[in-house]
Design a protein around this ligand. Sequence first.
Ligand code: NAD
Ligand code: IPM
Ligand code: MN
Length: 365
Amino acid sequence: AKRYSITLLPGDGIGPEVISIAKNVLKVAGSLEGIEFLFQEMPMGGAALDLTGVPLPDETLSTAKSSDAVLLGAIGGYKWDKNEKHLKPETGLLKLREGLKVFANLRPATVLQQLVDSSTLKKEVAEGVDLMVVRELTGGIYFGKPRGFSTNENGVEIAYNTEVYAAYEIDRIARVAFETARKRHGKLCSVDKANVLEASMFWRKRVTEIATEYPDVELSHMYVDNAAMQLVRNPKQFDTIVTNNIFGDILSDEASMITGSIGMLPSASLGESGPGLFEPIHGSAPDIAGQDKANPLATVLSAAMLLKYGLGEENAAKRIENAVLDALNRGFRTGDIYSPGNKLVGCKEMGEEVLKSVSSQVPSA
Ligand code: NAD
Ligand code: IPM
Ligand code: MN
């Protein structure tokens, strides 16, 4: 049997609830393809803070680095919100992304036919939407220096961050985006704020230059404010979107709502080499944590992305995607995607239904 080591980082809030389901689904989907997983569960985020005093313990990062892929639930919560910056769960997550050098974050937003009625947009606007946000993940204002709190020359308290991109950082994310668009429908829209920000002017210039390597991909540019509007006006105009770290964060949450719920959207974060990091785009949802209400499908679909993009196991990935569709076809819905006529279930039951679907599949030879 093929063997892979997977680092599991359940994290906080609904993280452990959704990770335990994704783990079980991975196990079964893998076994049907002759794949065995060695799971190593490590503390991360607030859970790690409580246990070890830091949000990303060295052992967690080294275990992640030496595994074949990393699956993360979510981190963060009220309890740690007032911590100093270096002791915030979110800082641990940024260190993990930086440590794994996963600069390319793929966030697909697909409106499933089964969930058209769950979208807040009109049926004719939402139906058929299938877009991919390629978000730069290890640069920009999240990491730029100088940053901090200070006092200006008039003795007034200030705080500041820096949006900074090196040419190589833009070039490599642009190449990932062009490659992605090439495998999809050949259209790439680069989103920036080049009418105001130098970092965006530079972004647009580099992306335009890299475009000469991809004459088969149709490149367009859009300002981020317009892009936010176009996403709800006519999302079907988009195929692949490439953008910086912070715009990608915001636009992918917006795109998720077109599909019905943020509880549906998975992501893959990839570098030049080494293990990828796979996580739902949602957070720890402290408002519903511990109540068996979370939608586990974003994490289950992140496990499918892990198989496809992280391990090259496309057949096993398809099994998970099909199992999710099957559970939806059989009418099961968590609260966030519920529409009348369907069966309202909790996190666990949704997980069990997906597991039933995958378990009923015929093993490959
Ligand atoms: P959130 O994504 O956790 O929640 C936003 C809203 O969406 C909430 O109403 C929540 O109940 C709902 N929601 C999210 N995931 C859901 C799911 N799977 N099923 C059903 N409903 C779901 O965002 P937030 O409230 O802004 O942040 C909460 C905490 O999570 C913060 O500490 C934040 O820093 C952290 N966060 C972590 C990550 C991550 O770990 N990658 C991502 C985003 C936010
Ligand atoms: C996400 C989250 C993170 C981000 C936070 C928790 C650091 O919002 O994964 O989208 O801003 O990247
Ligand atoms: Mn986010």
